[in-house]
Ligand binder design. Structure first.
Ligand SMILES: *[C@@H]1O[C@H](CO)[C@@H](O)[C@H](O)[C@H]1NC(C)=O
Ligand SMILES: *[C@@H]1O[C@H](CO)[C@@H](O)[C@H](O)[C@H]1NC(C)=O
Ligand SMILES: *[C@@H]1O[C@H](CO)[C@@H](O)[C@H](O)[C@H]1NC(C)=O
Ligand SMILES: *[C@@H]1O[C@H](CO)[C@@H](O)[C@H](O)[C@H]1NC(C)=O
Length: 304
């Protein structure tokens, strides 16, 4: 009898020591995830227009500068055409360089999906950027900012990245659905085979020279496009429309408040666009096609 009681007591003590010990251990060695659990990367997409190389190089240095302290976990440059040494020889940062090719993307997406999705110039950098994001090696990433080199942010890009750091939207993009006009007849919609038969309210458009996308949403979009042979659309029609159709799963936030000038054309230039309004600080301008204009806009933010 006594022996059994003694054994019971020992068991209870052991249990108590075990429970207290685990608490103490958890207190002394907290899991590393508690520090920062959201991982965001910045992806710059560089086309093959060598005449714009100086501009693109300036954009690269500007967009990639100081991003590390803004909890940007990686900097990626996706390019089409010939490799240029300036892609990754800067000592100030270390960028991952990814090559994009029209032949490969056409194969991966299928030709119907690729031709519509890539847009009127057939560029492969954005389809490649999205596909890179969804690869198994990149499973640790939550969000990617995808940026063209002809976009100026009049301030530190870090300000923009930090603004949306705790926002979990799957797509943060400039909503142009009814922004400039009633776009129900927008030329990308009749050609959007995915949009056919959808109610009009689902048909959305967004200008995408700079946007943030979640890896989950990118994966769903890439999966749809690469498995269907007749359901695609220009990326600026397809992505916001596909999201709206699946809005029980994914969310869309308008980047409008951060945009000062964003159009397809004309390019932002003091000649083409009279200086009607003062340059806005911490705002996006697109397209900027000259080195001088890029510099002036970037510097304007310092003076303002
Ligand atoms: C730059 O990128 C190229 C192509 O990806 C690679 O071969 C080279 O090693 C890289 N250089 C540095 C300094 O990272
Ligand atoms: C846009 O135009 C279409 C076709 O003319 C019309 O049916 C629709 O009501 C318009 N929408 C808005 C918001 O003006
Ligand atoms: C985008 O704009 C359309 C048209 O005004 C609107 O219906 C839609 O809710 C907007 N979406 C977002 C996320 O702002
Ligand atoms: C850029 O700024 C300089 C100096 O302020 C000015 O002389 C030049 O005209 C500006 N260029 C453009 C394209 O506005």
């Amino acid at each position: 009898m006594r022996k059994r009681r003694a054994r019971e007591l020992t068991k209870r003590w052991l249990l108590l020591v075990l429970v207290c010990g685990s608490f103490l251990f958890a207190f002394l060695y907290p899991l590393p995830e508690t520090k920062s659990s959201v991982h965001t990367v910045v992806i710059l997409t560089v086309g093959n227009d060598r005449k714009l190389d100086d501009l693109h190089r300036l954009a690269r240095d500007t967009v990639f500068s100081n991003t590390r302290s803004a909890r940007i976990s990686a900097q990626v440059l996706v390019y089409e055409g010939k490799f240029r040494p300036w892609f990754n020889t800067s000592t100030a940062d270390d960028a991952t360089v990814v090559q994009a090719s029209r032949e490969v993307e056409r194969l991966r997406y299928g030709s119907h999906s690729f031709e519509l999705f890539s847009g009127i110039y057939g560029a492969s950098v954005k389809p490649r950027a999205l596909r890179w994001l969804t690869q198994p090696d990149q499973a640790w990433i939550d969000f990617g900012w995808i940026i063209e080199p002809d976009v100026v942010f009049t301030g530190s890009w870090q300000t923009l990245f930090e603004k949306y750091e705790s926002d979990s939207s799957d797509l943060i993009a400039f909503n142009t659905t009814f922004r400039y006009s009633n776009k129900t007849a927008w030329n990308h919609w009749p050609s959007c085979t995915y949009c056919r038969g959808l109610p009009n309210w689902c048909k959305q458009s967004a200008l995408l020279p700079a946007f943030r996308i979640s890896r989950n949403f990118a994966a769903a979009a890439v999966a749809h496009l690469s498995t269907s042979t007749r359901s695609s659309g220009h990326h600026e029609a397809f992505l916001p429309t596909f999201l709206t159709v699946n809005s029980d799963t994914f969310s869309f936030r308008d980047l409008g408040p951060d945009v000062a000038y964003m159009r397809w054309r004309p390019a932002f230039d003091f000649d083409a666009v009279p200086r009607l309004a003062p340059i806005r600080r911490d705002a996006l301008y697109h397209p900027v096609k000259s080195l001088e204009m890029y510099r002036n806009l970037s510097q304007a933010s310092l003076e303002a």
